[in-house]
Design a protein around this ligand. Structure first.
Ligand code: SF4
Length: 323
């Protein structure tokens, strides 16, 4: 059951232009220089960046994004290669199902849109793996459309700046979407800059753990500061990693990404030397996997999960990335 938003006076029509202008000026002077924001970046580049950035920090996304766009400058370039190549090139961004979804979206763009990323929210939403956030973000940032973009950073800024809460509710609510829509400038160009600047403020200043309110361009209007910085009403769940199935899956994927041939399943369970193997090219990720000392049941779950998700397949008695 989502938490109700606390009652708070929303900025009136008279206050909104000042908020818009303050963030506009701040963004012009402080926005990070990111390649997917460059005027020459294609809608495909924006779509790839939005999918990669969903669960991975900018610094890790940058080199992989650049490599993807160099290798697959158009959706049809990616669609023309096996899905396994997308997974292999995903590197260590995590949540590699996103690579499969981008590959499927590229194929849908090639087959249903003449190879060009569509610009309308409804068409974007129909692409495989594209949800409401990604569709709105691509329509806004790649096509200049007036869309209500709401990601984690924007939700946190709205919660503090407007509602006076330390954190947004634990699940996205219809009330938050209405609030975001009510704050959006009417002019499409201004709405794009507003979306981008609020997102950037949340990523760099109004951060989750330690907001830098002294550097904030809208601190005079901030409801959370005015309320005396009330504590959060819940503790955000951390993302456990060490010892988890996700860690083991990641280690298995690291082996598969480097393997030129299908990997014999027993290599995941026992050291190659014990089996009389000399693994070519995968000795380092295999050693890293074995250092985890994962129980056989956990390895079993990891392999079954990867096979079930289509991130790996059985071939000639071994395991490999999907062809
Ligand atoms: S003043 Fe602080 S809490 Fe308020 S919006 Fe700015 S950074 Fe966030």
């Amino acid at each position: 059951m989502p938490e109700p938003l606390p009652a708070a006076p929303l900025p009136g029509a008279a206050e909104l232009p000042a908020l818009h202008a303050a963030l506009d000026d701040w963004f012009a002077a402080n926005a990070r220089d990111l390649p997917w924001r460059a005027p020459e970046c294609t809608p495909w580049g924006v779509l790839v960046s939005e999918v990669m950035l969903q669960q991975t920090p900018v610094v890790r996304v940058l080199p992989v994004w650049e490599e993807w766009l160099r290798r697959w400058p158009e959706p049809s370039d990616l669609a023309g290669e096996p899905a396994g190549e997308a997974v292999r090139s995903w590197g260590r961004l995590g949540y590699p199902r996103r690579a499969l979804r981008l590959h499927a979206a590229a194929a849908a763009i090639r087959d249903g849109h003449g190879g060009l990323v569509p610009g309308a929210y409804a068409e974007l939403l129909e692409l495989p793996g594209v949800g409401s956030y990604t569709a709105a973000a691509v329509a806004a940032f790649a096509f200049g459309r007036r869309e209500t973009v709401v990601d984690t950073n924007i939700r946190r800024v709205h919660a503090r700046l407007v509602l006076g809460s330390a954190l947004p509710s634990q699940a996205l609510t219809a009330a938050e979407m209405r609030l975001a829509a009510s704050l959006l400038p009417a002019d499409p160009g201004a709405s794009v800059r507003w979306n981008a600047s609020v997102m950037e403020l949340g990523a760099t200043v109004c951060t989750a753990r330690a907001p830098k309110c002294g550097q904030c361009p809208v601190r005079e209007s901030c409801a959370w500061l005015a309320a005396g910085e009330p504590a959060p009403t819940y503790t955000p769940k951390g993302q456990a990693w060490h010892g988890t199935d996700r860690q083991v899956r990641g280690a298995v994927m690291a082996v598969l990404r480097l393997a030129e041939d299908p990997v014999a399943p027993e290599l995941f369970y026992r050291a190659p030397a014990d089996l009389g193997f000399e693994p070519q090219g995968i000795a380092i990720p295999l050693a890293a996997l074995h250092r985890l000392n994962a129980a056989p049941e956990q390895l079993e779950r990891a392999l079954a999960g990867l096979l079930g998700d289509g991130l790996a397949e059985l071939h000639l008695g071994g395991v490999r990335l999907p062809a």
